[in-house]
Every structure is written in C-alpha cells, then in structure tokens.
Design a protein around this ligand. Structure first.
Ligand code: TRP
Length: 433
C-alpha cells in the first residue's frame, strides 16, 4: 500500500494492500496543496465575462483546480492587461496526446482572451534532472519540441517560445538572481524534497521557472528597453495566468509566496490546473515515452492509432457480446470512453454514448470505433500543421520581439464612474499606479 506521489519530476498513483494501482485522488492533492476546485459558479462567471461557453475540459473537469483564476476574469472584464505562461521540459521523440493537453487548452485561452503568451522550454531543467542527458542533446530537443508546440496552432503575433539555454539573460536572469536571493535552501527543500547532495544547479533552477511568471522578464514583448539596467515598475504589475498539469504547482507556490517581495513587485500569478490524462492501460496508469502502447503519439499513423485503441485501451465492456447486451458495460472505467470525454465536444452525443454503453446496446467495438475516428482526426490536423513548420517559421516564434494583441474588445465600465474606459485599446495602455 502506498500513497500517490506527485511532484514536478515524478508522478505515481497510489496502490492498495494488494499492490493494485489506484486512481489519482485529485481532491486529496487539491486539499493538500490548498488549491481551489473549479465549480459551477466560476464557470458561469467565465461565460458571463467572456461570452464564450467554457471549454469541454472545464465543463468535464479535466481542468479541475485553480488559484486566483477569478481574479484574471476580473482583469479581463475591466480590460486590463495580463499574459499567459506555460512550458514544457523538452524530451526526446514526439509528444503524446497527454503532452498536448495543456497546449491545446492554452491556445483556446489565448483565442478567448486575445492576450500574449510565453512558452518556456526548460532544456536546462532536463539536462540537470536527467542524469544521462547532455546540454547539447536537450537543446536539440528544444528545437524539435518547439515545432510540435507551434503545430498546436498558436498565433505567431501573440506567442513567444523560448529555450532557456538559448534565451535566458538580461532582465530574465536579473529577476532570477533577485528571486534566488529571497528563497532559502529550506524553502526549496520543502517545495521539492532537495537535500544536501542535490546539485547547486538543481537548487537554483526553480528561480528560472518561477520568474518566468514575471512580465519584467520579457521587456521585448511589452516594448520596454531590453538593454536598459532597470526593469519597468509598470510592467511588473501585469498579471500572469499559468495553465499547467497539477504536478508543476510547487514551483508556483514559491512564486506566489515571494512575488510581492521583488524590488518591482508582481501580483501572485494565477494558475489553472489539469489532471493527468489516463493512459491506455487505464486509470492510474502512466503515458510514457518509453512504452509506445501506453499512449497515442502525435507521430502515430492512423493504423497505429486504431490498433493501439483496439488492442490496448482498457475496456469496461463485458467478456462476451451476449453478456454485454445483457448486463451492459462500465463507461466510467473504459479508456475509449474517457478519451471521448476529452475529444468529443457534443455533450448530448456523449451522454447518449454513455447511456447506451451502460445499458449494453452499444458494443465495445463500436465505442472504440468512435474513439479511433476522433483521435485519428486530432492527430491528422496536428501532423499537417507540423509539416508546415519550416525553419523560418520556427525562428519567427522564437525571436524576442514585441507582441500584438487586443484583449477584451468590450471592457466593462469602471466601478463608481459612469464612463467606459476612454482608451480605444486598453490592453496596450499601461495600468495606472
Ligand atoms: N517544468 C516543466 C516540465 O518539465 C516545464 C515548464 C516550465 C512549465 N514552466 C512551466 C509547465 C509553466 C507548465 C507551466 O514540463
């Protein structure tokens, strides 16, 4: 028997007395780390403020928890500036569908809010935390992974993708040094489980992932002076929203505890947390690059996808078709059904499938067929976009530059006044002190 283990570098489901893998307990992790669960009220507020129906991953709880997301909605409502930040530790090979979830979701948020986005590729982190990887190898992975990320469909005008090993310097490093001065070894030990034998590189690395949430780390984006010695106090106030899987939360607790202590204080970054995508083997299983049958990869052919789902997706159906018709299947543990909940947008269609599978009128083979078609479609679109990412396109996304965005086209009137904000484009105007 073991408790689940969740930290930024390893994620393991708990086990019972017999050693069977259990499902992840997301309510428990939310309570342990003191995050807020996303509830119906928040989703209603989202819809009211943005005029958009919440993404199915919000409606169905794949993104299940947050910190201060409500405050970001307030900022959006007023027409104030904010930005999105997410990242990936670049590792070899193609991404699997689990890796694409935060990016797909972030792209949707960027579309809804029309705000700048930074994507950090922590090649430094991978070289530091994976014994065998060289710094040269991880830099190559950064380039490959950047192409995959671009293939998710981000708007180049609003998106900056950077490799830590290539980009970090200037104001970014300035922020990291200042941040590192504020955080003690005891704090990183508490957050990450480090000890006296942990390399100094690993102890310092969190400063980098943390200060990436400060707008002052990217003077180019806002048109500030990147070569100046001073960071801009106004820029520091621009809030940040970080979509991510919940295992990354320890980093951002550290930022939230210290952002107000910076010389140019930044607000606590807001966070929206996802669960982990279920592996083909079933709940508690792990999608792993080293086990091709654990996941659908973005480089898989339509046939591979079909075979993986038919052969390896854990089924909630009965042994024989007769039994299935008689007793019905169990969609709640069925992986093909789980994947439909991730990728089928139509709530009614999904409910129908659920009911029919449960009652036994829908056979396992037919359920899998639905799932296969959806997954093949998702991967196909990705591959077409991926093929279009030339070296020039890659360079465009990875060049530090001023980004262009519009924000909320109809910000609400300021509280206490009867006038709307006078600026035609409030997102481009610095906030008042
Ligand atoms: N450490 C993350 C990883 O290994 C990459 C990362 C950096 C990240 N900054 C982030 C992920 C912000 C989510 C949000 O994948």
């Amino acid at each position: 028997m073991a408790d689940q283990q969740i930290d930024p570098w390893s994620v393991q489901a708990g086990t019972d007395e017999q050693g069977n893998t259990l499902e992840f307990d997301y309510v428990a992790i939310s309570q342990k780390w003191n995050t807020k669960l996303i509830d119906q009220n928040l989703l209603e507020r989202f819809e009211k403020v943005t005029g958009k129906k919440p993404h199915r991953w919000l409606r169905r709880g794949l993104f299940f928890s947050h910190r201060d997301f409500d405050r970001i909605l307030d900022s959006y409502e007023r027409g104030d500036r904010f930005f999105l930040y997410t990242g990936r530790g670049p590792s070899s090979g193609s991404m699997h569908i689990g890796h694409t979830i935060p990016f797909e979701f972030t792209r949707w948020l960027q579309d809804v809010f029309d705000v700048p986005l930074v994507i950090m590729l922590t090649d430094d982190e991978k070289a530091l935390f994976r014994e065998k990887l060289t710094f040269e190898e991880v830099m190559q992975y950064s380039r490959d992974n950047a192409r995959d990320i671009i293939a998710m469909g981000f708007d180049v005008e609003k998106t900056f993708i950077y490799s830590d090993l290539k980009y970090l310097g200037g104001h970014f490093l300035l922020n990291a040094w200042e941040f590192s001065k504020l955080v003690t070894f005891n704090q990183v030990r508490g957050a990450f489980g480090f000890n006296e034998s942990t390399s100094i590189g690993r102890c310092f690395f969190p400063s980098l992932q943390c200060v990436a949430a400060f707008a002052t780390s990217y003077p180019e984006i806002w048109g500030d002076d990147p070569d100046g010695d001073l960071r801009s106090k106004q820029t520091a106030k621009i809030p940040c929203l970080i979509p991510m899987a919940i295992d990354q939360d320890p980093y951002f607790r550290l930022v939230r505890d210290n952002s107000h202590r910076m010389r140019f204080p930044s607000p606590k970054p807001a966070i929206i947390h996802s669960k982990f995508l279920t592996a083909l083997q079933g709940p508690g299983g792990k999608m792993s690059a080293s086990n091709p049958n654990s996941a659908i990869f973005m480089s898989d052919t339509p046939n591979q996808i079909k075979n993986k789902i038919n052969r390896h997706a854990f089924s909630g159906g009965k042994e024989t078709i007769e039994e299935h018709r008689k007793y019905g299947g169990n969609p709640d543990v069925d992986v093909a059904y789980q994947y439909l909940t991730y990728f089928e947008d139509d709530d009614e269609k999904l409910k129908k499938i659920y009911d029919e599978y449960k009652s036994g009128t829908l056979a396992t083979g037919d359920l899998k067929k639905e799932c296969i078609a959806l997954m093949q479609g998702y991967v196909k679109v990705f591959q077409e976009r991926r093929n279009a990412v030339t070296d020039e396109v890659l360079q465009q996304y990875m060049k530090p530059r001023k980004l262009e965005w519009k924000g909320n086209p109809n910000p609400v009137k300021l509280a206490g006044t009867s006038e709307a904000k006078p600026e035609a484009n409030p997102m481009k105007v610095a906030n008042k002190d």
